[in-house]
Design a protein around this ligand. Structure first.
Ligand code: NCD
Length: 318
């Protein structure tokens, strides 16, 4: 694998290969010194044109645990000036000899554009409303760890699907692993077309909730919404918020997910997010070993979980 651009390129086998590798990095992460020399001498560049807390930190932690060097080219979205400037930035990074570029950008397709300009591996860390493949990989990993398998499981993705790259990758990963996916949202928060998406669509959350194994809630992405897509946030919460009362209508074993950052009390009630059904922190926790697996697949060689020798550890810390 040279790049990770879309989860759709992976299929069930590709996803499973990354998950198997993730298992070995979960083991590494549990060690007293959670670090292996697998990517020593490799350089990974962060190119984040959009704000990010968990994705960026998670990738950074993953790279460090693999002993890669990192360089930061992140720019505030205000200074973004697409076209030439993106290409110039890419060529500058390339000239410095980096091995991989992890990119987040507000425009769909930017990671693909980069692959035309650079030799480095490109990882899509979120492009506009389009895709967020590592999120889908960590979500499916989290579900496999919890349920054993996604085969035949019913997953509802709820809320602002229109603006969600998390949903854009998630539906394809969930479906590839055999889950049934239902999108639950008001018509104004659904994509213009879901043709070709392996999903059903519903508008009545109360009817769907008692049938699901997983309620995947999404952040209301107000910063991406132009015009009045909703009468009010209050009304959204009344019809689509996962409140404690609604969570009580779920099957006994059913679980709740959210990619973060959460608007507590809007799409997800605080007591549900912090309650026994919540997989939210497992998602965050699994993000690091999943991203280690991705970086290793793109750049690594040798045994992924090989321990650093004392001498190597010395060198790593020097
Ligand atoms: C998401 C993103 O930025 O796409 N967050 C994340 O990466 N975990 C979702 C969001 O912003 O709501």
């Amino acid at each position: 694998m040279k790049h990770l651009l879309s989860v759709r390129d992976l299929g069930a086998d590709g996803i499973s290969e990354i998950h198997e590798l993730t298992d070995s990095f979960v083991e590494v992460s549990a060690r007293a010194i959670p670090k292996v020399p697998a990517l020593r001498g490799k350089t990974v560049a962060w190119l984040f044109y959009e704000d990010s807390t968990r994705t960026r930190t998670s990738f950074d932690t993953a790279a460090r645990r693999l002993s890669a060097d990192t360089v930061n080219f992140s720019v505030g979205s205000s200074s973004v000036n697409k076209g030439e400037s993106l290409r110039d930035t890419a060529l500058t990074i390339e000239a410095m000899g980096v091995d991989a570029i992890v990119v987040r950008h507000s425009s769909a397709g930017v990671p693909w554009q980069l692959t035309r300009w650079v030799d480095a591996s490109v990882v899509n860390a979120g492009d506009g409303w389009h895709e967020h493949p590592t999120q889908a990989l960590l979500d499916t990993y989290t579900l496999r760890r919890h349920f054993g398998s996604l085969e035949g499981r019913h997953i509802a993705i709820i809320g602002d699907i229109k603006h969600s790259r998390v949903a854009g990758s998630g539906v394809f990963a969930f479906a590839a692993l055999g889950a049934r996916v239902t999108l639950v949202a008001p018509p104004t928060l659904l994509p213009a077309s879901v043709e070709g998406w392996p999903v059903e669509v519903a508008h009545d959350l109360d009817a769907v909730l008692p049938t699901v194994d997983v309620a995947y809630t999404l952040r209301m992405q107000l910063e991406r919404q132009r015009g009045a897509l909703l009468p009010s946030l209050r009304e959204f919460t009344d019809r689509y918020g996962l409140t404690a009362r609604r969570a009580d209508s779920m099957l006994h074993h059913a679980m709740v997910m959210h990619p973060g950052p959460m608007n507590r009390g809007v799409e997800l009630a605080a007591e549900v997010a912090d309650g026994p059904r919540s997989l939210v922190l497992d998602q965050v926790r699994n993000g690091v070993p999943v991203r280690m697996a991705v970086l290793y697949l793109l750049l690594g060689s040798g045994r992924p979980d090989e321990r650093a020798t004392t001498e190597e550890e010395g060198a790593v810390h020097a």
